[in-house]
Design a protein around this ligand. Structure first.
Ligand SMILES: NC(=O)c1ccc[n+]([C@@H]2O[C@H](COP(=O)([O-])OP(=O)(O)OC[C@H]3O[C@@H](n4cnc5c(N)ncnc54)[C@H](O)[C@@H]3O)[C@@H](O)[C@H]2O)c1
Length: 314
């Protein structure tokens, strides 16, 4: 594996891949950053180890991470290159051009970009059919989802290959069907953050109160089931009944913010059919219980960790 750019995300990807047994080469042009890289990898691995999250010793894993002083050296022979340079389109374009010139013909190349589409970064470059975005949450060694976002020119086999590689590395790859600003992660996050700002502006609640509603409420539930599954399992009759009963109220809240995106019957049906394959209606009670059990496990872990950090005195 080759990582280009050894900043926050580059170091985190190095840990993800090395932890899964890959040899990793990190190219970082800044000598000061290069000098700190090995220590940073070691410190984060130490913390993972202390929390029981490593299957091997820290030195076994950190030994797999090499720091490279030139790009060619890092990239040649790599099965996959993960670009982690600052979010500047011209810089990313230059890096992709250089990487594609040096990398093997079968090497896949992904950008960690949070917002820039690969069709902007790799347009017109020779070999761009192996390029895509692989956008992680931060830090990827603890937040496993990674959005795989191809351009129209990306080959489906390259997408399949990166999806497999990410699964093999302990990540949860999610394919995004087409490019859109913010992809899925940041669009969802953005919707919540926009509303949160409005609520503060309108004096409805303080930032502290809003953070609490998420950490002690929505976030807890979302750690075990997503928003669609929540609607399905919170309402007898599932998401169809939920949309019928609560759809008008949510439409009014959207209209309050100048948004007009009604949950049409066709759209609700499309979501309901997807949910039906995961949560068959005949086993609704069982899934509700399963959700509760997972929340109980979460609560037990949370209490244990509170006990640990407060030395048994919560
Ligand atoms: N930080 C986050 O929360 C986060 C989350 C997901 C995705 N991302 C994305 O990951 C990418 C990297 O973000 P970051 O937070 O790690 O930034 P960062 O500033 O911490 O790291 C960027 C690194 O790239 C290096 N660099 C600069 N020019 C370079 C070049 N020409 N060749 C190789 N390396 C070069 C810098 O020296 C630096 O070490 C960005 O596209 C960002 O949007 C960041």
């Amino acid at each position: 594996m080759a990582i280009v750019g050894g900043g926050s995300i580059g170091v985190a990807w190095a840990i993800v891949f090395a932890r899964s047994g890959f040899a990793v080469s990190v190219f970082e042009p800044d000598p000061a950053r290069r000098a700190r890289l090995a220590d940073e990898v070691g410190q984060r691995l130490d913390a993972l180890r202390e929390n029981g999250l490593l299957a091997e010793g820290v030195s076994d894993i950190s030994r797999r991470v090499a720091v490279a002083t030139d790009l060619d050296h890092a990239v040649s022979g790599a099965v996959h290159v993960q670009e982690c340079v600052p979010e500047v389109i011209d810089l990313k374009r230059e890096i992709f051009s250089d990487v594609l010139r040096v990398a093997d013909a079968a090497t896949t190349v992904a950008s960690s970009s949070s917002a820039i589409a690969i069709s902007e970064v790799a347009a017109g470059l020779q070999g761009n059919n192996r390029c895509m975005v692989a956008h992680p949450g931060n830090p990827p060694y603890l937040v496993p989802v990674v959005e795989i976002v191809p351009a129209p020119f990306t080959a489906p086999e390259a997408v399949d290959s990166v999806m497999s590689l990410m699964s093999e590395s302990g990540m949860v790859p999610v394919r995004v069907n087409r490019e859109i600003e913010g992809f899925v992660f940041n669009r969802l996050q953005g919707a919540l953050l926009r509303e949160a700002y409005c609520l503060v502006r309108d004096g409805v609640a303080t930032p502290t109160a809003i953070d609490l509603v998420v950490t002690a409420g929505l976030g807890r539930r979302w750690s075990v089931i997503g928003p669609f599954a929540t609607a399905e399992l919170n309402t007898r009759g599932g998401i169809r009944a939920h949309a019928e009963r609560l759809g008008p109220a949510y439409a009014r809240m959207g209209a309050d913010r100048g948004q007009d995106d009604p949950w049409t019957p066709d759209l609700v049906e499309q979501v309901a059919e997807d949910l039906e394959s995961r949560y068959p209606a005949s086993r609704w009670e069982e899934h509700v219980m399963q959700r509760d059990l997972e929340l109980m496990r979460f609560e037990v872990d949370r209490r244990r960790s509170t006990d640990r950090t407060t030395d048994g005195h919560p």
